[in-house]
Design a protein around this ligand. Structure first.
Ligand code: ADP
Length: 246
């Protein structure tokens, strides 16, 4: 089986000091990978490398079996960045239009069929924003907007969903609901990569963990991570450690 993402000995620096050093890992289809590490440990940088948004200084990256630099099927990837809450601020588009763009990306033509529009409607329903379909995207709360971007990824039939701290600024109840949505998307076969600072949330759902502090301290299944010392090693004894429950 071809890995969804595969990195071999990847190093990347913005300036002199590497933000990510000598990272090798694979994400398989259907995985739920939790990407954790202290603030500034390189998580967002690593995610950008995994999605082909940065080129590594050394090492190699493959997306769906192709060199990431040559990867051209962007519609297979749904990315909800940390900026998703403010994206599109100047564009007067409705939620349904945003999700419809995902369907255009999938179909590759400039005309959509009735069936395509049904898929858009289903995507809105799946993420629970049917009632918001005709609102301007800018009128949505941060959490609702993230759902809209996930619906767009569903409409484009993305196989991989990457989320960078998607519930920052979202209240506890909506957060639980959001994570139930992610669980059900993962159950339906979508591969998920999640950056999340609450380690308990991650270890409760991810089957794989990558624990980073510039270098990888752990990459493997969640059970062996919980039993290892990777967490305290990566976070040091600086009090950043969030207790994990299981
Ligand atoms: P995390 O997501 O774990 O908080 P980042 O990947 O955002 O970590 O950052 C890793 C390191 O790279 C930090 O030291 C950060 O200051 C630096 N960094 C991140 N983005 C940039 C950038 N665009 N230019 C220069 N340095 C950056």
């Amino acid at each position: 089986m071809t890995a969804v993402v595969s990195l071999e000995n990847v190093t990347f620096a913005y300036g002199e000091q590497p933000a990510v050093r000598d990272v090798s890992l694979t994400v398989d289809q259907g995985d739920f990978l939790g990407l954790i590490g202290p603030n500034g440990s390189g998580k967002t940088t690593l995610l950008h490398l995994m999605l082909g948004l940065h080129s590594p200084d050394s090492g190699s990256i493959e997306l769906f079996g192709e060199p990431a630099s040559a990867f051209s099927e962007g519609e297979r990837i749904g990315y909800v960045s940390q900026q998703a809450t403010s994206r599109g601020e100047t564009m007067p588009v409705t939620v349904r239009e945003v999700v419809t763009m995902g369907r255009f990306a999938h179909s590759g033509h400039n005309r959509l069929t009735e069936a395509d529009h049904d898929i858009v409607t289903d995507a809105l329903e799946t993420v629970g924003i049917t009632a918001l379909a005709d609102r301007q995207i800018t009128q949505l709360s941060g959490g609702q907007r993230q759902r809209a971007f996930i619906a767009r990824a569903l409409a484009s039939e993305a196989d991989l969903l990457a989320l960078d701290e998607p519930t920052v600024g979202v209240d506890a109840e909506s957060r639980d609901e959001f994570y139930r949505l992610l669980d059900s998307l993962n159950d339906s076969g979508i591969t998920i990569i999640l950056i999340e600072h609450d380690i308990g949330v991650v270890t409760d759902r991810a089957n794989r963990i990558a624990c980073l502090n510039t270098e990888l301290y752990h990459h493997g299944d969640t059970e062996s991570f919980v039993e290892s010392d990777a967490l305290t090693e990566a976070y040091g004894t600086t009090g950043h450690v969030v207790e994990h429950h299981h």
